[in-house]
Design a binder for this molecule. Structure first.
Ligand code: SF4
Length: 545
């Protein structure tokens, strides 16, 4: 098959905060130095920002390094943080913490919509001459031996069986001297790169699934810049997770609930948990009489410092969430992602100048990382997530905060983690989760969430969710785990349906619902589900979320 070939010096895969900060700084540096380089960014969404979802509160440290102290004049922010509250919830009560724990202090930070921030960054980066190709999903890494030499984008215009239609367009081979993976949480190309080259850090990555909604609420319920966090109900005491409420304006609020995927219960449903949380009197009082505006879901890489993959090699770098740089103790990953981009830009500029883009030539990224505040911030909380493992929220929170006060070292320098899939217990070993019925006003079903995420995929294409052996779903998984994908997928993509004239069931994949959260690729206990890029560049439309 004839494929178009495109040659660039630097290819950024994914238009999130890490890669856009890197492209911005690199283009600016080269321009100031009178040097030239072809820089391209490819993005799987139709529009930059469509697949970006975060709480979000932004620590401005990295963006101020890029743009100077007046960064907020241009960057779209909703509000500066004004007040903070932390609550421990029981089913009906809310106890306000007498103080805000150190990592959750947010004064000097800003409530933002990250999808709006990256849409603005895209325009600024384009003004510097960087080519940004939207609806251009990278499908395969191109190698020469173990050296990364570029990315092949997905073939478009193929039918359900994978045959070319009249609209067929073969993917493009984008050849690059340096390829930078900043695909966000559980990036599909980063996953394959880490597996192929054995890059995983000392610990595996662990994740939470975050469910987010934006609501318009009557005035007087919350102020712009007001921040709440809650711990406890409706999670069981040994399940790590919690929530946020961020006042975007006096009448608009961002709310969300993140629950860890290593909770062990195959019955656990992150979407239903978030909906149940909204029925607490504290949340009901905030939301009742309001209107749901938008919804979405995304996984959060929680492993931290010891889950970092080796992030440089021959012809490549790995940044941001893909490089496990989110600080889960602070519930923040935007400033860490951007900082990794700034460090990468300097390292790439040096490597291009020396005409050495091998692992040795790109090692400047790792050296800069080790000498940066980013390293110190992540190292100081290096065992944060592991302290919660098996301890529950209260004891885990106490131990992790004590460890941070003691410089991070308690019970050993590195505590182990196990993958979320391994943590899943067989059905019946843990108490069943209570059934939940949405009321359609305050709480909603998964179909409504998909609608409010704006998720659309062309039906006539192969499923981008690939199950290696669907017999396992109907036999072993049904028996051993009770088909947990039906519960953990927040978009009702997986459905065991009756087989006509038989007492058997079969797996039906409603792939057009998928909101690209990646939970299934992570939590499936048999490791047989693989998330791949859809061939129509479809997915959610999170712009403004
Ligand atoms: Fe998330 Fe997988 Fe469901 Fe898509 S199919 S919404 S990636 S869990």
């Amino acid at each position: 098959m004839e494929r178009e070939k495109l040659e660039v010096d630097v290819l950024f895969v994914g238009a999130g905060p890490a890669n856009l900060a890197a492209a911005w700084k690199l283009a600016k540096m080269l321009q100031e130095q009178g040097r030239e380089a072809e820089i391209a960014v490819i993005e799987k969404a139709q529009t930059v920002g469509d697949h970006i979802l975060s709480g979000a509160i932004m620590d401005p440290r990295a963006i101020a390094e890029l743009l100077g102290p007046d960064w907020a004049r241009e960057c779209p922010v909703d509000a500066e943080v004004t007040t903070e509250k932390v609550f421990q919830l029981s089913e009906t009560g809310a106890t306000k913490f007498p103080f805000v724990p150190g990592p959750l202090k947010n004064h000097g930070n800003y409530v933002v919509s990250l999808s709006k921030v990256v849409a603005w960054m895209k325009e600024k980066v384009e003004e510097l001459g960087v080519m940004i190709a939207e609806a251009f999903p990278g499908n395969e890494i191109l190698y020469e031996g173990d050296r990364v030499v570029g990315v092949r984008t997905v073939d478009m215009g193929v039918d359900r069986e994978g045959n070319p239609t009249g609209a067929f367009m073969p993917g493009t081979d984008i050849m690059a001297r340096v390829t930078v993976f900043g695909e966000g949480s559980r990036g599909s190309l980063t996953k394959s790169l880490v597996e192929k080259l054995g890059l995983q850090g000392q610990n595996p990555q662990v994740y939470g699934t975050g469910i987010k909604e934006i609501w318009d609420v009557p005035a007087g319920r919350i102020g712009a810049g007001e921040v709440w966090h809650t711990a406890g109900w409706p999670l069981k005491s040994r399940h790590y997770g919690g929530s946020w409420v961020y006042g975007m304006s006096d009448t608009r609020v961002s709310i969300g609930f993140v629950s860890a995927l290593d909770g062990g219960n195959p019955d656990f449903d992150p979407h239903a948990t978030m909906q149940r949380w909204k029925t607490h009197p504290l949340l009901r009082g905030l939301l009742e009489g309001g209107t749901l505006v938008k919804a979405g879901a995304k996984t959060v890489p929680e492993g931290g410092f010891f889950s970092r993959p080796r992030s440089h090699g021959d012809g490549f770098l790995i940044l941001g969430d893909s490089g496990s740089l989110l600080n889960i103790a602070r519930l923040k990953g935007i400033h860490t992602a951007m900082k990794s981009g700034l460090l990468a830009a300097e390292a790439i500029a040096d490597a291009l100048a020396a005409d050495d883009v091998s692992a040795a030539g790109l090692e400047g990224y790792e050296k800069r990382f080790r000498e940066s505040w980013l390293h110190d911030e992540l190292y100081g909380t290096r065992n944060y997530r592991a302290h919660f493992h098996g301890r529950g929220l209260m004891l885990g929170g106490f131990v992790s905060n004590l460890a941070m006060m003691l410089g991070g070292k308690i019970f050993g320098d590195r505590l182990p983690l196990e993958t979320d899939a391994k943590a899943m217990r067989r059905r019946g070993e843990l108490p069943a989760e209570p059934a939940f019925k949405p009321d359609g006003t305050l709480t909603f079903d998964k179909a409504t969430a998909v609608y409010n995420a704006g998720a659309i995929h062309e039906e006539n294409q192969p499923s981008h969710l690939v199950i290696a052996d669907t017999d396992v779903c109907a036999t072993r998984c049904a028996e051993e785990y009770g088909n947990p994908c039906e519960k953990f997928c927040p978009a009702a993509v997986y459905e065991m349906v009756d087989v006509a004239d038989s007492d058997r069931k079969r797996m039906q994949i409603n792939f057009s619902n998928c909101v690209h959260c990646k939970t299934c690729d992570i939590a499936d206990p048999y490791g047989i589900i693989t998330w791949t890029v859809p061939s129509d560049a479809g997915g959610p439309k999170y712009s403004g979320l």
